[in-house]
Design a protein around this ligand. Structure first.
Ligand code: ZN
Length: 229
C-alpha cells in the first residue's frame, strides 16, 4: 500500500506542477490580451495615431462613431436620420452666444433627405450641366446635409466670406461642437470650395481638437473625398 501511495504521489506531483505552470501561463496570456485591448481602446478614444475604426451601418459610413458623408463615402437612399436634436440644441446655444457679441446667426438649410438632394442636384444639372453642378452641389447621397448634423448659416453664397458673421463662426463655432466643414485652405482635401456658412456638428471635444490642430475631417481620419467618376 505504502509503495502504491508513493508511486501515485510521484506520478501526480509532476502533473500538478505542469498544470500549475499551464494555469499561470494561461492567466498571464489573458492578462496581456487585456493589456492590448486597453491600449486599443485608448487609441480609439485618442484617435490620434491614424488607426481609426471604420464601420458601415444602415447606409452610412462611420469613423470612430462619427458619421462621414463626402465624395468618397456616400450614404444610401435609406439613410434618413432626420434633423439631430443635439446639433439643433448646440446651434441654439451658439446663436445665443453670438447674439451677445451682436452677431446674428440663423439657419438657412439643415437636414436634407436623399430625395430632396436628388431634386436639387437635378435642377442644377439641367441649368448648368453636370460638370459645373458638381463644383457647387453635392450629388444625391453625397451631401453632408443628409446626416442631420449640418447647417448652412445666414447666407449660403460667396458674399458671406469675410463678413463679421463668417469670422465669428470661424473663431467660435468649435466651442459649441461645430466645425467649418470646408475651409479655404482645405479645398483639395475636402473636395469642396470654401464654404464659410456650412458648419458640421462633431461634438465639442473633436471640434476643439480639429480647430487647435487646423485639421479637416478627411485629414483627421486619413481619408479622401473624390467622386469615382
Ligand atoms: Zn451646406
Amino acid at each position: 500500500m505504502k509503495i502504491f501511495k508513493k508511486i501515485l504521489l510521484i506520478t501526480l506531483l509532476p502533473i500538478i506542477f505542469v498544470a500549475m505552470i499551464f494555469a499561470v501561463k494561461m492567466f498571464g496570456t489573458e492578462k496581456s490580451i487585456d493589456g492590448k485591448d486597453q491600449e486599443h481602446i485608448q487609441k480609439y478614444i485618442d484617435g490620434k495615431d491614424g488607426e481609426h475604426i471604420q464601420k458601415y451601418i444602415d447606409g452610412a459610413y462611420y469613423f470612430d462613431g462619427i458619421v462621414i458623408i463626402n465624395k468618397s463615402y456616400p450614404a444610401s437612399e435609406n439613410y434618413a436620420p432626420e434633423q439631430s436634436p443635439v446639433a439643433q440644441n448646440a446651434f441654439e446655444k451658439m446663436k445665443n452666444a453670438a447674439a451677445k457679441d451682436s452677431i446674428s446667426l440663423n439657419i438657412v438649410s439643415g437636414y436634407r433627405t436623399f430625395d430632396y438632394q436628388k431634386q436639387l442636384y437635378q435642377k442644377y444639372v439641367e441649368r448648368d450641366g453636370k460638370q459645373l453642378a458638381d463644383t457647387y452641389s453635392a450629388r444625391p447621397g453625397y451631401s453632408e446635409h443628409q446626416t442631420g448634423l449640418t447647417f448652412d448659416l445666414n447666407n449660403a453664397s460667396d458674399d458671406f466670406a469675410g463678413t463679421k458673421e463668417a469670422q465669428w463662426i470661424a473663431e467660435n463655432c468649435y466651442k459649441f461642437g461645430f466645425i467649418v466643414r470646408y475651409p479655404a485652405d482645405k479645398v483639395d482635401i475636402t473636395g469642396y470650395e470654401y464654404e464659410p456658412w456650412h458648419v458640421r456638428y462633431v461634438g465639442k471635444e473633436l471640434a476643439k481638437y480639429l480647430y487647435d490642430n487646423n485639421l479637416c475631417l478627411e485629414e483627421y481620419f486619413g481619408i479622401d473625398s473624390c467622386y469615382k467618376d
